[in-house]
Ligand binder design. Structure first.
Ligand code: NAI
Ligand code: MG
Length: 334
């Protein structure tokens, strides 16, 4: 029987770029059954809640989901749906690869960096969020556990080993955040001892920002805590042509959710001009995760060829094609 995948089209530009990825996978001969589910603003409108139980059930049933960006309404006390999904399914590893494609507007060539972001702890654990009633002060708690740190750093080294990568850079701020970042670094040093075949580097997060912009070729795999990983992965997207080129996978023991790094882009929604590559590259990550490396490679080659030709790309890549025209061109190159 066909493998079922839960598809969450999402909000804003989501449905158009998800549709692009599904069309490309279908043309590449992937034989999936898609179970559609709502989340985000779309779900609030259709079902009265941001994250309906039926959606959670479909994610749990199929174990694999491809998800468009979701809009979390500002105010009204809504917690981020993405943060909720990551916590509910314990998707502890956020894997965000950036790769240079010839023909993008990027200042760099030959970039190939994977940021592994801890996805459930740190500043985003949601713990201890407090605001004084008179708004005179606010506080939030950052939580790092030995177990969480060990799990994510081990994940990074295992990925490095499996993909034949040479180096893991541990990014931290242990000099100032001695308790939290200090524990993360301490655990990372212990884990690194088990991987003598892989070079380990340590870098303070501010220095990492400068070095990523000046010498991105020095980076291979980055492993870091939640907030730093959120910020650094957008920086990395900027090294390869912007958010339209940046996919991410949220991986847990049971479930994996593949998505774009960016949001619902309300400023360009409904205009059919979004770059679909973020979700297409996320679908490539999904195919690799499912052991379909040949399909993944086939789609990657078609994307690379279309961008290199440069005739039919979206405006963020220097062209003037619509999302649909860009997708059609990739399909023609399959
Ligand atoms: P955003 O990532 O949606 O947009 C930032 C800028 O990048 C915008 O100028 C947008 O037009 C551009 N952009 C993003 N994706 C693009 C693409 N595929 N092609 C071309 N240009 C693209 O960030 P913003 O505006 O801060 O957030 C909008 C909404 O998205 C918010 O409600 C936020 O909560 C949500 N969000 C959701 C995420 C998710 O579901 N994973 C992640 C980040 C934000
Ligand atoms: Mg982010």
């Amino acid at each position: 029987s066909k493998r079922s995948i839960t598809v969450i089209p999402g909000d804003g530009i989501g449905p158009s770029i998800i549709d692009a990825a599904l069309r490309i996978m279908d043309h590449a001969g992937c034989d999936f059954h898609y179970d559609y589910a709502d989340a985000g603003l779309t779900a609030l409108e259709n079902h009265g809640e941001l994250l309906p139980q039926t959606t959670l059930d479909l994610i749990a049933k199929n174990k694999i989901a491809l998800k468009g960006p979701l809009t979390t309404p500002v105010g009204g006390g809504f917690t981020s749906i993405n943060v909720s999904l990551r916590k509910l399914f314990n998707l502890y590893a956020n894997v965000r690869p950036v790769v240079s494609f010839e023909g993008t507007q990027s200042r760099f060539e030959n970039i190939d960096i994977i940021t592994i972001r801890e996805n459930t702890e740190g500043m985003y654990s949601g713990a201890g969020q407090k605001r004084a009633e008179d708004n005179s002060s606010a506080e939030a708690m950052s939580i790092i556990t030995r177990e969480g740190a060990e799990r994510i750093v081990t994940f990074a080294y295992e990925l490095a080993r499996n993909e034949g990568r040479k180096k893991v850079t541990v990014v931290h701020k242990a000099n100032i955040l001695k308790s939290t970042s200090g524990l993360f670094l301490e655990v990372a040093r212990e884990v690194s001892q088990r991987y003598p075949d892989i070079e380990t580097a340590e870098m303070i997060v501010d220095a990492a920002c400068m070095n990523l912009v000046m010498y991105p070729e020095r980076f291979d795999v980055i492993v870091t805590t939640n907030l730093f990983g959120d910020i650094l992965s957008d920086l990395c997207a900027g090294l390869v042509g912007g958010l339209g080129m940046a996919p991410g996978a949220n991986i847990g023991k049971e479930v994996a959710i593949f998505e774009a790094v960016h949001g619902s882009a309300p400023d360009i929604a409904g205009q059919n001009i979004a770059n679909p590559c973020s979700v297409i590259l996320a679908s490539i990550q999904m195919l690799e995760h499912l052991g379909l490396a040949d399909k993944a490679a086939q789609i990657r080659t078609a994307v690379a060829k279309t961008i290199a030709e440069g005739k039919t790309v979206t405006r963020d890549l220097g062209g003037n094609a619509s999302t649909t025209e860009f997708t059609d061109a990739i399909i023609a190159n399959l």
